[in-house]
Design a protein around this ligand. Structure first.
Ligand SMILES: [Zn+2]
Length: 269
């Protein structure tokens, strides 16, 4: 028995998380319990879900998030591995419901899996997205090797320096990650400062935010789209590295070629 029995649309959404978790592992971006995923599943919650009993008492989020009233989330479990979540999303993740005070949650799931320790920062991002009226419902944190390597050089941490280089490697990068890569300087993992800086970067209109010497945080309509944005950016970084390994600096597309692409495909300027 699972709370997802006969709930095909919700199960399909959580299966997408499992599929992405498998990709993260296969790409080498999710060592041990690295990375986090949370998705806002409120739109798939029906009367039968609302009638289900909580299997935990109220647990404090650590902050009050007013736009999350009545919201439901699926989140990776704390200390759980992406490669295990890929096989068994309900054994390695949790469904939670935010309580009416917007400061606690209860677990409504098959097993009392505690959500990721990054839950407060992920929920703060979801709260921000809802406040803004955004259609984005998924957030992803992972450790893409080549993108993280880039941040070990200050020149790529300068605003939009990495975006311009990555966009110029192959046209699809700008087409499918048109807002580029926001850069956040190194901050302690799980800290309030890092969460606040991430929200500020998303507010500056980036969908993918780079945490210096750590990883990326991406948001999009669903988890597959968030993964795709990170994937195209990391692919561009790999092309840059491949050229360097062949012994030369890649030319990159010209500014004229990039402008043409932006105009013809109607991409954000
Ligand atoms: Zn991390």
């Amino acid at each position: 028995m699972s709370i997802l029995d006969n709930k095909l649309a919700l199960k399909a959404e959580i299966d997408k998380v499992a599929e992405v978790a498998g990709y993260l592992w296969m790409k080498g971006w999710a060592e041990r319990n690295g990375g986090n995923i949370t998705i806002n599943i409120t739109e798939w919650i029906d009367e039968r879900m609302l009638a289900l009993p909580a299997i935990s008492g109220p647990i404090a989020i650590g902050k009050t998030l007013p736009h999350l009233k009545g919201c439901w989330f699926y989140c990776k479990g704390t200390q759980k591995r992406m490669r295990d979540l890929a096989r068994d999303p309900m054994g390695n993740g949790s469904v939670i419901r935010i309580t009416p005070d917007c400061a606690h949650y209860v677990i409504v799931a098959d097993a009392p899996v505690a959500p990721t320790s990054e839950l407060p920062s992920h929920l703060a991002v979801h709260d921000y997205l809802l406040a803004k009226g955004s259609s984005y419902r998924a957030s992803l944190h992972t450790h893409p090797i080549e993108l993280v390597a880039l941040t070990h050089n200050k020149k790529w941490m300068e605003k939009d320096a990495a975006s311009r280089m990555l966009w110029s490697m192959i046209p699809e990068t700008k087409a499918f990650c048109p807002r580029g890569l926001g850069m956040v300087p190194y901050m302690l993992p799980s800290s309030v400062e890092l969460a606040d800086a991430t929200i500020k970067a998303i507010d500056d209109d980036y969908d993918v935010v780079m945490w210096e010497k750590h990883g990326v945080f991406a948001v999009d309509t669903d988890i597959m789209s968030a993964f795709d944005q990170v994937d195209v950016l990391n692919k561009a970084a790999q092309i840059y590295i491949a050229a360097r390994n062949m012994g030369f600096d890649p030319d990159g597309m010209t500014d004229t070629q990039m402008k043409e692409l932006t105009d013809v495909f109607g991409l954000p300027k």
